[in-house]
Design a protein around this ligand. Structure first.
Ligand code: FES
Length: 256
């Protein structure tokens, strides 16, 4: 027969929640942890902050007035771009270089304009030979064409003794050394006793009358006379044209 009697339970240890004083006592008796070590350890000194340049170029630090603000606030990118490194060889010019370039170009243009204005104030002066000139005494001339005044005055003086050629008889006349075709200067060919233009081949007799080539009319004559001292006086300001019947004018021929 089963014994249904239950063994008598023995009471176990009773768990009592710790009170505040008990907790303090336990903490005091427990070994110190790593966190406690860290809290108890004094903080190591922090290294000083690096100096930070402000916009005016002054260096500040956290310790200096305004340094904290400068350290906290980064410098604008525009302030950094105003300076260039010493080894920066890029072709880009900064604003000051562009201004200098513009002023240089403006100054050069102004100087050129001033020089042109000054040049305009002093026009070219043509030193043309005088229209009148004394050509020496009549007895200094032989028969025929005299070329001594060709280069300086553009005149041939011709002495003629054939009264059948000139209506005035023997004497002198002055011929312009200008071809009536297009204005070249003919040459006197003594061997052929004629004037020959090198440009298009016009030929003139010693009287000035054209006889070959494209010249449309005879050479022109200039006024000729005697000055007060007896020298031959030529005046280029008065011209006489054969085709207009002006060679018969007394001023177009000097009788001698
Ligand atoms: S310019 Fe003298 S012939 Fe033409």
């Amino acid at each position: 027969m089963a014994d249904d009697t239950k063994p008598e339970e023995t009471p176990g240890p009773k768990i009592v929640p710790p009170t505040g004083e008990a907790t303090k006592a336990a903490a005091a008796s427990a070994p110190p942890t790593a966190a406690a070590h860290a809290a108890a350890k004094p903080a190591a000194p922090r290294p000083p902050a690096a100096p930070v340049p402000d916009l005016a170029g002054r260096t500040t630090s956290v310790a200096s007035p305004g340094g904290a603000a400068a350290a906290a606030k980064p410098a604008p990118a525009a302030a950094k771009s105003t300076t260039r490194d010493a080894d920066d060889s890029s072709p880009l010019l900064n604003r000051r270089a562009w201004m200098g370039l513009a002023w240089g170009a403006f100054s050069a243009a102004s100087a050129a304009a001033l020089a042109a204005t000054g040049r305009f104030m002093f026009p070219n002066v043509l030193n043309e030979p005088p229209q009148q000139f004394k050509a020496g005494f009549p007895n200094e001339y032989g028969q025929g064409v005299d070329e001594r005044w060709k280069e300086k005055f553009g005149i041939w003086i011709v002495r003629i003794a054939d009264e059948n050629v000139e209506p005035h008889g023997s004497g002198f006349y002055a011929l312009f050394t200008i071809c009536t075709h297009l204005g070249c200067t003919p040459n006197f060919l003594s061997a052929e006793n004629k004037f020959k233009c090198p440009c298009h081949g016009s030929g003139y007799r010693t009287t000035g009358v054209n006889f070959e080539g494209p010249a449309p009319r005879p050479l022109e004559r200039a006024k000729i006379g005697l000055s007060d001292d007896g020298q031959i006086l030529v005046d280029k300001s008065r011209k006489f044209q054969y085709e207009l019947g002006q060679w018969t004018d007394p001023d177009a021929f000097l009788k001698a």
